[in-house]
Write a protein that binds this ligand. Structure first.
Ligand code: ADP
Length: 275
């Protein structure tokens, strides 16, 4: 996939596959190109170049089939604020031409699934951020898509609400939905994703399971403060890391490597840009 906006190389040649049944995460700092990738995969933006397939269909020429197979949770809440939760779902069901009996059952089930039964007949303008995000997920699942795309599913949510969304995504994944999400939260990628693609400046700079990515670097990290800032060294075993730490004449911390380390080592830039 390639996408240029005039001189801006938003996506500069990115290629990857997502397996059926996976939770796949695109991880990267703001402006890396994640949203643009999702928009191209969900038919909302035309690529400058490249070929993309979703559920076996070429996205460029089979948009209707692609749309039938996917659910999309956008980063920005685009629910109808004047309508209730139930009415928002009904509107979506009508757009998808779902038969009456199917849509009524499905709406009822999904409101229960995302824990919004008691709020179903309240206007969306009165919902909290977490409730709106849950309704967006219910809406995206209404027509029983094979693949769910979520752009920053927990951005702006407090930690307990974030965990509820994670539970919901894991539950639906266990029930067979393939999930492709973007995130700039390391913890989200580590907790949820079977595999992660790290995106930086429009390019895919690493791809693998969180464990693989960390192992490639060395599973243990020795961190210490030098005159030129924080230094990190990576080791395969804790014993090697401990031996190195003890040989230093400054205070050190020995810990497990995380995905933030992977990002910093690959880009040579501070992880603050990712947070
Ligand atoms: P991310 O989702 O990783 O934060 P985006 O895909 O939103 O990144 O953006 C990637 C780059 O493309 C950024 O430099 C952004 O400013 C630029 N960009 C995104 N959409 C547009 C657009 N419609 N017009 C011009 N530039 C855009």
């Amino acid at each position: 996939m390639v996408k240029y906006y005039n001189r801006v190389r938003a996506v500069d040649g990115v290629s990857f596959r997502v397996w059926q049944g996976e939770i796949f995460g695109l991880l990267g700092p703001n402006g890396a190109g994640k949203t643009t990738i999702i928009r191209m995969l969900t038919t909302l933006t035309r690529p400058t170049a490249g070929e993309t397939y979703v559920a076996g269909y070429p996205v460029g020429s089979r948009q209707v089939e692609v749309k039938r197979c996917i659910g999309v949770v956008p980063q920005v809440n685009n629910l109808e604020r004047e309508l209730t939760g139930r009415e928002n779902l009904l509107l979506h069901a009508l757009l998808h031409r779902m038969p009456r009996d199917v849509r009524e059952r499905r709406i009822k089930d999904l409101l229960a699934y995302v824990g919004l039964e008691e709020w179903a007949d309240v206007r969306v303008q009165h919902y909290s951020g977490g409730m709106a995000r849950r309704l967006l997920i219910a809406r995206a699942l209404l027509h029983q898509p094979l693949i769910l795309f979520l752009d920053e599913p927990t951005i702006g949510l407090d930690p307990p609400t974030r965990r509820k969304i994670w539970d919901l995504l894991q539950l639906m994944n266990r029930e067979g939905v393939t999930v492709l999400l973007t995130t700039h939260y390391i913890e989200e990628a580590e907790t949820l994703c079977h595999r992660v693609g790290i995106i930086d400046r429009g390019r895919l700079i690493a791809l693998g399971s969180p464990a693989e990515l960390k192992e490639r670097l060395g599973s243990y990290c020795v961190e210490f403060l030098s005159a030129r800032g924080t230094k990190r060294r990576f080791f395969t075993t804790r014993a090697e890391a401990n031996a190195y730490a003890q040989s230093q004449d400054v205070d050190t911390v020995v810990r497990r490597t995380d995905l933030e380390d992977v990002f910093v080592e690959l880009t040579g830039r501070d992880a603050g840009e990712l947070a």
